[in-house]
Write a protein that binds this ligand. Structure first.
Ligand SMILES: C[S@@+](CC[C@H](N)C(=O)[O-])C[C@H]1O[C@@H](n2cnc3c(N)ncnc32)[C@H](O)[C@@H]1O
Length: 246
């Protein structure tokens, strides 16, 4: 697993800037929040000033930088040393401070009740024992603290479209790639006394897909899907976010 993630930096293919340059991190940030614009609405990146935030599976630190800019004291861990190297370069470029270390989210190197907020976006679905990772996040969270987890929705527009059009998912060659129904995800985070699950991530035009499939997707599908009332299709969002309180 570590070998795979060490070589497959998330979203690397969307930028032409040299790896580790300012332009590289700016492109990653722009792409991430264009595709996942719901995060800016749902996650209080500016809401943890002076408080401790842990990100598990921080990758190049795109989200973690946002928490740090909002004044949080941030810690990021990732299984892949190459991701932590990039996150370090990202924080250096931005003139921000973070504690960053290589660690497995299934065995977090922190005492119980250490953090005010734990963020685990795009990591639970790639780990061998997702329950263990979720339980570790709960363990290190302070009582009354909040955690946000994101996974992929098995019963979603993107999963159905990918199968119909025979287009592979990002990282479908990873050693583990799990998808959850809303009920399965709810059971996974059931150790938290309070949980709210929000399906998100509806079609946006893709820079990554070309040819006739890309043209049909960008020219027809995105507009047609987004014309449907969101209340009817919300449960089929590709991302499931769990907002959990300890
Ligand atoms: C798809 S990327 C997501 C990166 C970032 N969180 C985001 O949402 O853009 C998955 C990241 O999780 C990391 N990862 C996978 N399994 C992990 C584990 N058990 N513990 C810590 N990090 C892990 C990978 O190394 C990779 O950086």
């Amino acid at each position: 697993m570590r070998a795979y993630w060490n070589q497959h930096i998330h979203d690397l293919e969307i930028t032409k800037h040299p790896v580790g340059s300012r332009g590289f991190f700016d492109d990653l940030d722009q792409y991430h929040f264009e595709k996942l614009h719901h995060l800016l609405r749902l996650v209080a990146f500016d809401g943890y000033r002076g408080r401790s935030v842990l990100e598990v599976g921080c990758g190049a630190g795109v989200d973690l930088v946002r928490f740090a800019r909002g004044g949080a004291e941030v810690t990021g861990v990732d299984l892949a040393p190459s991701a932590i190297d990039l996150a370090r370069a990202n924080f250096e470029q931005q003139g921000l401070h973070a504690k960053l270390e290589v660690a497995d989210g299934e065995h977090l190197p922190f005492p119980d009740n250490s953090f005010d907020f734990v963020f685990a976006h795009g990591v639970v679905q790639y780990t061998a024992d997702p329950r263990r990772l979720v339980e570790e996040c709960r363990r290190v969270l302070k009582p009354g603290g909040e955690a946000v987890f994101q996974v992929y929705n098995r019963i979603s527009w993107l999963n159905a479209l990918g199968q119909l059009m025979k287009v592979g998912l990002e990282h479908d060659d990873a050693p583990v790639l799990l998808k959850f129904s809303i009920g399965e995800f709810r059971r996974l985070v059931s150790g938290f006394p309070k949980v709210r699950i929000v399906p998100e991530r509806f079609p946006v035009t893709s820079r990554l897909h070309g040819g006739w499939k890309g043209a049909v997707y960008n020219g027809l599908f995105v507009g047609a899907f987004n014309a449907l009332p969101r209340s009817l299709v919300r449960r089929f969002g590709w991302h499931l976010l769990a907002f959990c309180k300890k």
